[in-house]
Design a protein around this ligand. Structure first.
Ligand SMILES: *Cc1c(COP(=O)(O)O)cnc(C)c1O
Length: 412
């Protein structure tokens, strides 16, 4: 036997003692650049609000593709739309017109009340377009964002993102960005001027800890933008498409953004982003921005199916009702570890007095996938098709884990 064969048969022997999930993990790790911190589980299938790993274990999904799976996994209507469109036309750059794109632009504009939209492929691209459009339209360069805000990872959006861990390694970032405290109108009043191009705002901060904006604050931001001729750019990448109990979070407060950015759940998990311009803004000069994949017919067909599904199944109303119930149930859990339960609709955070990592691991042992938001907040972003029974199981798992019965040895 050659040395080479000995090595490979040893590798096979080792592989045989690993679960399928572990083998997949090892293969990915061998070729990844290292930027992700992954959980030791290989997810191979989903159904509604359930996920399944390669070893057949079932989980209730409160990660929801980080907010991109509002219509649920393997949604049959979305699967059908994608399959059909794949056999017709997948790509069609915007040097042509396209039937599916025309249809989705009409639908999106009717839904948001905005007359015009630019289509892209992700949240960060939607924000990137928002920032560029605001600079173009105002002729100003200064952008104000908020502390704990998250807007994406490309250089423009990253410049608006607060977290030092994401920004620090890539400085110098784009000049002209400032950060002020969230839910603090006086801080914004002190920072904004007639040199401000835009204020970038999340109605509920997601990554930053599930922090809902107070009604007076949100209205005040709008007013300060108006007074200073700055554009209000809303980042509804995470809050859009029913998540907070309305189709869009700005509809809770009667906010009137000048530019609206969405992505995540817009096309049921197929990559897509969109940036809307308010009626009072002029068209942009030809060729100043663009995207090869933006507005591709596959994503557009998927988005059309998603919008139909959300409306036909009243997912925003479902998110409002279940979210209120879920937050109520979580609030009733008796544990000295809990600082606060907060959120809007099915965007829910539970702030602990300790780091959440061990509790996230313990929840996974209990068959529940949840997210962190910062170091101390457990975040729940389930697909909006989740049932009350499934959420009741999540509540029971959280209760068990926080009472120290979850078996992590994490209880302090
Ligand atoms: C996820 C997210 C983004 C970035 O979206 P990507 O698709 O990951 O680029 C931007 N803003 C908010 C509020 C988000 O939650």
């Amino acid at each position: 036997m050659s040395a080479e064969n000995q090595v490979s048969s040893a590798a096979v022997g080792e592989a045989e003692s690993m679960t399928v999930s572990e083998q997949i993990q090892q293969r990915e790790l061998a070729h990844s650049v290292g930027v992700y911190s992954k959980r030791p589980v290989a997810i191979v299938r989903g159904q509604g609000a359930r996920l399944y790993d390669a070893d057949g274990r079932e989980y209730i999904d409160c990660i929801g593709g980080q907010g991109s799976s509002n219509v649920g996994h393997a949604n049959p209507a979305v699967a059908r739309a994608i399959t059909e469109q794949a056999g017709i036309l997948i790509g069609c750059p915007e040097l042509f017109f396209n039937d599916k794109r025309a249809a989705v632009m009409e639908r999106l504009c009717a839904l948001t009340g905005f007359p015009r939209v630019f289509l892209s492929n992700s949240g960060t691209e939607a924000m990137e377009a928002g920032i560029k459009f605001a600079r173009l339209l105002t002729g100003r360069t200064e952008i104000i964002a908020f502390m704990r805000g998250f807007h994406g990872r490309t250089m423009g959006a990253l410049s608006a993102t607060w977290e030092k861990k994401y920004r620090g390694p890539f400085e110098p970032l784009v000049p002209g960005f400032k950060h002020v405290a969230y839910n603090d109108l006086e801080a914004l009043r002190a920072a904004i001027s007639n040199e401000t191009a835009a204020v970038l705002l999340e109605v509920v901060q997601g990554e930053g800890g599930v922090n809902p904006g107070k009604a007076e604050f949100l209205a005040g931001v709008q007013a300060l933008c108006l007074e200073n001729g700055a554009l209000l750019v809303l980042d509804e990448v995470q809050t859009g498409f029913g998540r907070t109990g309305k189709m869009f979070a700005f509809q809770h407060n009667g906010l009137q953004p000048d530019i609206l950015c969405v992505a995540k759940s817009i096309a049921g998990g197929v990559p897509m982003g969109a940036t809307f311009l308010a009626a009072h803004l002029p068209d942009l000069p030809s060729q100043v921005h663009g995207s090869t994949f933006g507005g591709n017919p596959l994503a557009c067909a998927s988005a059309l199916a998603v919008l139909d599904y959300i409306e036909a199944n009243h997912l925003p109303e479902h998110a409002a009702e279940l979210g209120t119930w879920f937050r109520g149930q979580l609030s009733q859990i008796q544990s000295p570890l809990i600082r606060e339960v907060r959120g809007l609709g099915l965007m829910v955070g539970m702030e602990l007095k300790q780091k959440v990592t061990p509790y996230l691991q313990a929840l996974m042992q209990e068959g529940v996938m949840a997210l962190p938001a910062g170091l101390t907040v457990l975040r729940f972003l389930p697909p909006l098709v989740i049932s009350k029974d499934e959420l009741a199981r999540v509540v029971a798992a959280v209760e068990k884990v926080l009472s120290g019965e979850g078996g992590t040895g994490a209880e302090a």
